[in-house]
Design a protein around this ligand. Sequence first.
Ligand code: NAD
Ligand code: UGA
Length: 469
Amino acid sequence: MNSVRRNMNILCIGAGYVGGPTMAVIAAKCPDIQVTVVDINPDRISRWNSDHLPIYEPGLDEVVRAARGRNLFFSTDIEAGIHDADIIFVSVNTPTKMFGTGAGMAADLQYWEKTARQIRECADAPKIIVEKSTLPVKTAQAMKRIFDAGNHQNRFTVLSNPEFLAEGSAVRDLENPDRVLIGSDASPAGIQARDRLVDVYARWVPRNRILTTNIWSSELSKLVSNAFLAQRISSVNAISALCEKTDADISEVARAVGMDSRLGSRFLNASVGFGGSCFKKDILNLVYLCRYYGLEEVADYWEGVVRINEYQKERFVVNMLGTMFHTLSGKRICLFGFAFKADTGDTRESPGIFVAKRLIEEQAELVISDPKALENARRDLADVQGNIRYVEDPYEAASGADAIALITEWPQYAALDYDRIFRTMVQPAFIFDGRNILDHQRLHGIGFNVFPIGKPALTHFHEAPGIRP
Ligand code: NAD
Ligand code: UGA
């Protein structure tokens, strides 16, 4: 680790999808600050130090390359990092707890608590601790109690600074955020720590986008932001089911609704369902908190967002089964995309995992294609017994298939030569567009039976168009 003393030393514990890009951008924007990112996973750290970063994000390679070795360092030496740091961001994972009380709902805070204890043991001077991970409201209070235990009173000031970046646009989001949220307590130490963090972001974020609040509002706002975003998708997906029954078109409905400036047009794309590591876990965490405080109706309301998402994924598979004459056994199905969204290799909670597992249950044969996510797809499906192949080239992947199911909205899938693909497929050939990004009329013209989400189906069968079997 570089020991040159700069104006400030920032440490980030957790070199994941948030820690890595966030710190790379801070280092790039603040050359006078030394930024070190540490992790318990040595493989991850060695990849951050290599030409093959552990995550794919557009623009990230360039940002890392510009700062790494200058004022950005990746290391496994957590103790030294804590010792040297003025400000410590904690960006470890906070997955859904899978055991004991709260299993399947509450946040599992074991990684956070271990980190807090390690900071307490290794720090010999006052530090500012920044909650970067998404945490249940009131976590800062629990952490403060851990930090203050023993002879350590008042050496640590805890801030909440949740991250709002989305994968696939992380660098852009970090460089030009809608807002930066910093929560602190109202003590003089809290205000002073808050102002130091504000000064870091103010190097590149306009002051009027740096929002300071009390610490509980900040923690809660992160959960609520994700819940609102996911709620929009579940709302549009719920209506997509009604569109399929009524010959309405979800894209037209979403456009008409989104033109109301009070609602806005973004995040209204109907899909096979939302994925990603956070929406489901954060909503379940919110639901758990509401139940904990006895707010059953509020909990039920938000839980509905997750229920609709499960329904949408299942509906996609059931539609495939129904349309393909109620049996998928021995049929070859090609998945276009496996990442949970375009421009990332991340597959955590991807609807692709659900769809693949359900199709294997129906004894289909799978060929999975994705430009960035095949390594993760192999890992996700390692325990699944069935006939699964992983083929990056979409033409080769679709060759010999009965159906294509488009799972991820990679733009390259919209630009393929579908005449060529059609000729290599088993007839009748089906396309299930789980993202509504393909030219459905054109595909139908080529000869495909086309099943979008929330729009009339285009088939070559005897039923009137739009009537699903
Ligand atoms: P991640 O799993 O990619 O990274 C977490 C890292 O923390 C891992 O590399 C892990 O090895 C490391 N870690 C765990 N315990 C540790 C310890 N005791 N010491 C050192 N390292 C440790 O997770 P992520 O996607 O970066 O998410 C981190 C947090 O940020 C979560 O709370 C998540 O909800 C939140 N968040 C994620 C996103 C996103 O887009 N992924 C966006 C906003 C917020
Ligand atoms: C989301 C939020 O957008 C971020 O603000 C937040 O920081 C992050 O979660 C987090 O806390 O982890 P992310 O999950 O990376 O970011 O990606 P999104 O763009 O939000 O997409 C989530 C899922 O919703 C994807 O599967 C995407 O395909 C799907 N989606 C999105 C739709 O189905 N329809 C839409 O209109 C938009």
